[in-house]
Design a protein around this ligand. Structure first.
Ligand code: HEC
Ligand code: HEC
Length: 255
């Protein structure tokens, strides 16, 4: 009997909370939204939403947030593994950031000067496909580029090519270990806990798991990339702009 009463009370308070939520949504506040955006989103999406490690949001339609409800949900849940969720924000704060993101839709998008068709030829000629998969073509251990244009802005793409070590994806850490028998292995860290270390082997792309007690040396190659840099001697400014225009247009689903 008591538990039935408690159940009824819970159901009642839930419906009150839901009614309260929609009341809050109605008062989404752009100024609050902008403040939250600048402190929590701009680190990846740029001040004013012009992009960076994350995509630019100055677009009238957002592929992953077709309507406002989807946008609020995306902000709350994040897009794992690259974008963290914002569980700490209240319903009203989420609605406010959402409103601010929508307001960016009328900002003029970034202009690209390169020729994407020429960029595709540069991509082939420079052997990028030896390390990257794009739309099912290519091999290697570099990140997949099929949807790279939906993830990064042009400035970030330029930096990734000219100076890869300065624009490493967040979770990218190159590690070199020496196993007990003296074998030296380099890989990208996939997982680590106090007792074990899992690496993605750069040569074969396989995952290798080590017990830390079996390793005689572990070196974290912070700020190093296994992607060669392409300075202007290796890639002219025109080639770079064409390549960036090509990559910016790659917006397919990655999996
Ligand atoms: C650590 C970096 C990071 C932070 C912080 C971050 N994002 Fe993102 N966001 C990304 C990346 C990367 C993507 C693209 C992910 C993908 O497509 O797989 C993305 C995608 C999005 C999209 C989808 C864009 C589209 O074209 O559909 C929206 C909207 C968005 N973020 C809004 C926000 C808001 C609002 C915040 C702050 C509350 C935020 N993000 C914080 C990295 C971040
Ligand atoms: C020897 C292998 C190798 C070659 C060749 C190579 N890359 Fe990479 N690339 C990587 C690796 C590894 C990363 C991830 C670590 C980093 O960013 O440095 C990467 C990262 C990137 C990124 C950033 C990806 C992201 O998610 O942020 C872009 C863009 C990129 N490469 C484009 C290119 C282009 C264009 C070429 C050809 C001009 C090229 N790469 C040639 C290995 C390679």
């Amino acid at each position: 009997m008591r538990s039935a009463t408690r159940f009824l009370l819970m159901a009642w308070s839930c419906s009150v909370a839901v009614a309260g939520q929609s009341a809050h949504e109605a008062v989404a506040d752009l100024a609050i939204g902008r403040k939250i955006f600048e402190s929590q989103c701009a680190v990846c999406h740029g001040q004013g939403g012009t992009g960076g490690r994350g995509p630019s949001l100055t677009r009238a339609t957002l592929a992953k947030a077709p309507d406002d409800a989807a946008l609020r949900n995306l902000i709350k849940e994040g897009i794992l593994p690259e974008m963290p969720g914002s569980w700490q924000l209240s319903v009203r704060e989420i609605a406010s950031v959402g409103a601010y993101v929508r307001s960016l839709g009328s900002v003029k998008p970034e202009a690209l000067t390169g020729d994407a068709a020429r960029g595709a030829a540069v991509y082939r000629a420079k052997g990028c496909a030896g390390c990257h998969i794009l739309a099912g073509q290519g091999t290697g251990h570099g990140p997949e580029l099929t949807a790279i244009g939906a993830k990064r802005n042009a400035a970030y793409l330029r930096a990734s090519i000219r100076t890869p070590a300065e624009s490493l994806p967040d979770d990218y850490l190159l590690v070199e270990v020496v196993a007990n028998g003296g074998r030296r292995i380099r890989g990208v860290r996939a997982n680590e806990d106090p007792f074990s270390l899992q690496l993605r082997d750069l040569a074969k792309g396989q995952f290798l798991t080590f017990r830390k007690t079996d390793l005689t040396d572990v070196r974290y190659l912070d700020q190093q990339s296994s992607m060669p840099a392409y300075p202007d001697k290796a890639l002219s400014d025109t080639d770079l702009e064409d390549l960036v225009a090509y990559l910016a247009g790659r917006r397919g689903e990655s999996k």
